[in-house]
Design a protein around this ligand. Structure first.
Ligand code: MIG
Length: 738
């Protein structure tokens, strides 16, 4: 048989690899203990391998949700489902290997720049503040070692639970070889999720690592940010502009310039003389205030936080016990050692400085930790881990001292934990909003995330879809990127196109860097403002659907943003698509992603679809060339769906009494409607209503699945074929039948 050209390439690469010694032939030097077990998690068979080097403690997991309990069954030998080989190659280097078939696509792995399929490249997980998001970018802020391998209609997954540097080579040599290199001297755990459906894999992974609590309703609204709104007066003006222009908005975000000399837990009284009044006044207008908090504490005897931290030994030190000092916004600064629970509690108590002033949300930035002039303290291609003493600094938890690189990937995670726990203490019955830049597996339990410093480029608008899909499949449902782009200057066209997509980001925030051109919605004249107002009002009208999706996430781990294959696993065209996505099961989002274009191809899977903004049904199973004007909603709704929608409001405080319309798509439709107070933890005690909605034979009916919440009176309608009908006795009283 004639050999294919590909065959010769593979042979040639083998020769080249051998001469470069890339195929490691080192032997296994492991002489510790390894433990295998297996469990059925959310219906998925999962094999677990725990590797403990001699003299090491059993691994401590920062990822696993303490509330999750599994019936692990110990095995005498490696389970057959675990289709990998592994070895310890040197004192600090581990190698895990397996091979993948040609059709496999590699998804997940947290925050990666680029397209959705990660195959063909090496991906390093080592928390890095990198504001250059370009083709060659590798490590970014988050490190989530959960890879999903999609193979036809099913998927399997590998989660390597270790907060040390990991290098995932996903077949960069194109011969089907996958390898994971881990640089650590400590024990680690590997989870292998056996072949299942994609939704089941994510359900099982989020069962283990947790799901996000229901966010406060206001945090699902539009948030307006800027580095930085420099004075109280500027913030008041921004608030006033939003309200007089009737552009929906729920939060104003204060970046580092609200502080005095960038010192954490201070307020510049020169620029924010009546900060408390400001917070109270904008609250009356329906805004929440979110403030940034960075970990670096000014190394200065005049700084109270520094003095306290010093007294409590709260800072990371060098191996000789002296303070580690790096350079960040406040100048020379020390870093709290967040893996220590006492430090977390101390820091959390300090947050009362902001919480007691009425600040609603905390935004944790720079928590990789970022250090000016030292963003990559260990080279991405390092072969060995320096000794504990040489790992930039050392950290201390209850078990003792550990080199920073061993736990670097959870620095941000543990800061987020301190924040979350403190907010919980201060507000025991409230839903919390915290945002973080760095994070590790399980970050969804404490924080929403955004993907750091993108730029005002169409490329980054485009990349946000696959990036957020991969983050979503890595367990983090509450995510978004800076709308308008952070770096550089946005322009009218880009800003509008970005809002067209951004209204479907679970976390919806406009944010812009210091030097960039202003990009508040009114910055580019009335036409642009009008388009953005309309787009944001679409988001606000859809917030009941958002809330229902978050409730679903809590129940089964499903993210809001889902790749097409989530709902169409047997459609091989859908599997290749990463420039459109499903928002829940009913809405397909396919925005314009290129400058100068107002049309794009949109793939509609089998079934019939309606444009969100109205029009005739379209038959799916093919591509359409679709035109979007500047104020169009770039979305389609599946026939047979019922979307719960609110009447227009400008902030979520008005939502509880806004009329609800159940929009029915098609002559037979089904939907779900979740209702609660949007602000407290009452839903955990059953204080919510959950309805099954149905429309058929020209009749709208509903069935209650759960009733535990008494909503305030508001009008309800259903809408079919463009006509609205009031539901006079809805919701039915508990005793009536529908
Ligand atoms: O060194 O606080 O990603 O959102 O505006 C830059 C200033 C520090 C980086 C964050 C960005 C934020 C900026 N911060």
């Amino acid at each position: 048989m004639a050999k294919s050209p590909e065959h010769f390439w593979i042979e040639a690469r083998k020769i080249a690899d051998a001469s470069e010694k890339r195929v490691s032939t080192s032997k296994n030097v492991f002489c510790g203990t390894v433990h295998y077990d297996r469990a059925l998690i959310a219906g998925v068979p999962v094999c677990r391998m725990t590797v403990v080097p001699p003299g090491s403690a059993w691994p401590k997991s920062y990822a696993i949700d303490a509330a999750s309990r599994q019936p692990w069954k110990t095995l005498k030998k490696p389970p057959s489902g675990l289709r990998l080989s592994w070895r310890q190659e040197s004192e600090s280097r581990w190698l895990v290997q397996w091979s993948i078939t040609p059709e496999v696509q590699c998804w997940g792995l947290g925050e990666r720049y680029g397209g959705m399929n990660l195959r063909g490249r090496v991906h390093t997980l080592f928390a890095t503040d990198n504001d250059q998001h370009i083709e060659s970018t590798d490590s970014l802020y988050k490190s989530i070692p959960m890879l999903t391998l999609v193979e036809g209609e099913t998927a399997y997954a590998v989660f390597l639970d270790s907060p040390a540097l990991q290098r995932w080579d996903l077949d960069s040599t194109r011969n089907g070889a996958v390898s994971v290199t881990l640089l650590s001297r400590r024990a680690f755990t590997l989870y292998w999720f056996e072949s299942s459906s994609l939704p089941d894999i994510v359900a099982a992974y989020t069962h283990l690592t947790g799901r996000c609590d229901l966010p406060p309703r206001w945090s699902l609204g539009h948030q307006q940010s800027r580095w930085s709104y420099p004075t109280e007066q500027v913030v008041r003006n921004i608030a006033k502009e939003f309200r007089t222009r009737k552009i929906p908005c729920d939060a104003i975000v204060l970046d580092i310039d609200y502080m005095d000399d960038y010192r954490v837990f201070t307020i510049s009284r020169e620029r924010f003389p009546r900060f408390e009044r400001l917070v109270a006044d904008v609250s009356k207008m329906g805004f929440r205030v979110v403030t940034i908090v960075d970990p670096g504490v000014a190394k200065s005897p005049s700084d109270a936080t520094f003095r306290e931290g010093r007294r409590l030994n709260a800072f990371c030190t060098k191996a000789d016990g002296s303070l580690f000092v790096g350079k960040v916004w406040p100048g020379a600064a020390c870093l709290p050692d967040f893996i220590n629970v006492e430090v977390r509690n101390w820091w959390g108590d300090k947050l009362d400085f902001l919480l007691s002033k009425g600040v609603a949300g905390i935004w944790n930035d720079m928590n990789e930790p970022a250090l000016f002039g030292n963003q990559r303290p260990l080279s991405a291609d390092a072969r060995e881990l320096p000794s504990d003493q040489e790992q930039l600094f050392v950290q201390h938890d209850s078990k003792g001292t550990v080199g920073h690189f061993e736990v670097r990937n959870v620095y941000g995670q543990q800061m987020a934990l301190a924040t979350h726990d403190a907010m919980r203490r201060a507000r025991p019955n409230e839903r919390l909003f915290a945002l973080t830049r760095s994070g590790y597996a399980g970050i969804q339990r404490t924080s929403a995330v955004w993907l750091g410093d993108n730029a005002s480029w169409f490329e980054h608008l485009r990349a946000s879809i696959p990036m957020l899909l991969n983050v979503s499949l890595s367990g983090v449902a509450f995510c978004g990127v800076d709308i308008g782009g952070f770096g550089g200057n946005t322009d009218a066209e880009l800003l509008v196109r970005w809002y067209q997509l951004g209204i479907f980001y679970p976390f919806c925030r406009n944010h812009c860097a210091l030097n960039g051109r202003a990009q508040e919605p009114w910055s580019f004249g009335p036409e642009v403002e009008k388009a953005i107002r309309r787009l944001l009002s679409v988001r606000y009208r859809l917030l009941p659907y958002f809330e229902q999706l978050f409730a679903e996430h809590r129940q089964c781990g499903a993210p809001l943003m889902r790749p097409m294959a989530w709902h169409y696993p047997s459609d091989s065209t859908a599997r290749q698509i990463d420039d459109q996505f499903m928002f829940g099961s009913d809405i397909l989002v396919a925005p314009i992603l290129q400058r100068g274009k107002s049309r794009r191809p949109v793939y509609l899977p089998k079934g019939r679809w309606f444009r969100f903004d109205g029009g005739p049904a379209l038959r799916g199973g093919r591509f359409y060339d679709v035109e979007y004007r500047l104020d169009s909603t770039p979305a389609f709704v599946k026939e047979g769906a019922i979307l719960p929608m609110a009447s227009p409001v400008v902030h979520t405080g008005q939502l509880a009494t806004a009329a609800i319309t159940f929009r029915c798509f098609g002559i037979q439709a089904k939907g779900r409607y979740w209702q609660d107070d949007g602000s407290t933890l009452g839903y955990e005690r059953g204080e919510y209503n959950d309805w099954m909605l149905s429309f058929s034979n020209h009749r709208f009916t509903s069935k209650s699945i759960h009733r535990g919440f008494e909503p305030v009176a508001r009008p309800y309608f259903y809408e079919t074929a463009g006509r609205r009908h009031q539901l006079r006795d809805w919701p039915p009283t508990a005793t009536s039948t529908d």
